[in-house]
Design a protein around this ligand. Structure first.
Ligand SMILES: Cc1cc2nc3c(=O)[nH]c(=O)nc-3n(C[C@H](O)[C@H](O)[C@H](O)COP(=O)(O)OP(=O)(O)OC[C@H]3O[C@@H](n4cnc5c(N)ncnc54)[C@H](O)[C@@H]3O)c2cc1C
Length: 292
């Protein structure tokens, strides 16, 4: 399945989930249950991350294979080129093509934490280079990542947008965004994209809050603003009350999704962090209210 076909007709708002390969036996057991619960929601597709430097190479391929061939789900494979040489890139992409993958989200990735990691001397510098590389060799349906608040390393949001435009000009067909806690970031971003001639579908990424520690850590890494609304919400219940936290995370994500859906977004892509409870609660509520 080429994911772009889902957004061509304009008739349906897609719902999709991001998963990553398990890093331990315990995580694999839990992922199995997550997959079961998420499959029951009948998503339009599920995506699988790829560890920069090739760290999850085999795990990503196996998970894609399982989701596609055992669970019968439509899949989107992320691919991060950081540190990989041309032969590595071709070998991963050939292995994806061999298991029937048709859609790729091409990202740069970041330097792995392993200090001993040596990037290949011919590795690609930016995601736009990867898009061009793939376009010259494959007919995958290609998407790219974008950051409504600007990428954390970008000199400014104007430059960041120009680099996003370059990815589109090199052949990206759709965009999936990083998450945000205020929909205004997303709407402003879409306006700026349209303003410089980026016309392809832009699918917002949604990250329910799963734990305060994780929220702080991820926001620190990607630069997402933790808004006053989030801080106030977190202050409204006892620290350590996990049920209240999950309920608040679902409520906040629900309000965001409702605004996004009313504004006519092409889809919602949920960062599940390999957990099912919040996604199940969120999607069921959106469906019960006729929003999805
Ligand atoms: C939806 C989504 C999925 C993701 N999946 C993964 C994954 O599976 N694995 C993973 O490791 N990471 C993943 N990431 C994280 C991503 O790899 C990091 O955010 C990374 O830092 C940037 O990737 P990019 O593709 O946006 O890079 P790029 O588009 O290359 O941008 C990176 C930085 O370089 C700047 N830049 C771009 N082009 C140029 C240029 N020509 N000259 C100068 N500066 C330039 C940009 O402004 C930006 O600051 C994902 C992110 C998102 C939003």
């Amino acid at each position: 399945m080429k994911v772009i076909d889902l957004w061509k007709s304009d008739q349906k708002t897609t719902i999709s989930f991001e998963l990553f390969p398990a890093r331990s036996d315990k995580a694999a057991e839990s992922l199995e249950k997550t997959i079961e619960q998420l499959t029951a929601l009948n998503p339009d597709f599920v995506s699988v991350t790829f560890g920069a430097g090739g760290s999850t190479r085999e795990g990503s391929r196996q998970l894609l294979q399982k989701l596609k061939h055992e669970k019968g789900l439509d899949v989107l494979a992320y691919f991060a080129c950081f540190g990989l040489g041309p032969e590595d890139i071709v070998s991963v992409l050939d292995s994806y093509r061999a298991i029937g993958i048709e859609s790729i989200l091409a990202v740069r990735g970041d330097a792995p934490r392993d200090e001993a990691f040596e990037p290949h001397p011919d590795s690609l510098q930016y995601a736009s280079d990867l898009v061009a590389f793939i376009r010259q060799r494959y007919d995958f349906c290609l998407g790219v990542a974008a950051y409504p608040e600007g990428h954390i390393d970008a000199p400014d949001i104007k430059k960041d947008l120009e680099y996003l435009k370059l990815k589109v000009d090199q052949g990206a067909e759709y965009i999936i965004t990083n998450y945000f806690y205020d929909t205004r970031f997303f709407f402003d971003f879409v306006d700026r994209c349209r303003g410089i001639g980026i016309e392809i579908p832009i699918v917002p990424g949604i990250m329910p809050i799963y734990s305060v520690k994780m929220m702080e850590m991820l926001a620190g890494m990607c630069g997402a603003t933790i808004t006053d609304e989030v801080r106030k919400g977190l202050d409204s219940f006892e620290e350590g009350d996990k049920d209240a936290l999950i309920a608040f995370g679902i409520e906040l994500a629900y309000r965001q999704c409702a605004e996004l859906l009313r504004a006519g977004v092409p889809g919602l892509h949920i960062y599940t962090m390999d957990r099912s409870m919040s996604t199940v609660g969120l999607v069921n509520r959106l469906r019960a209210d006729g929003l999805l």
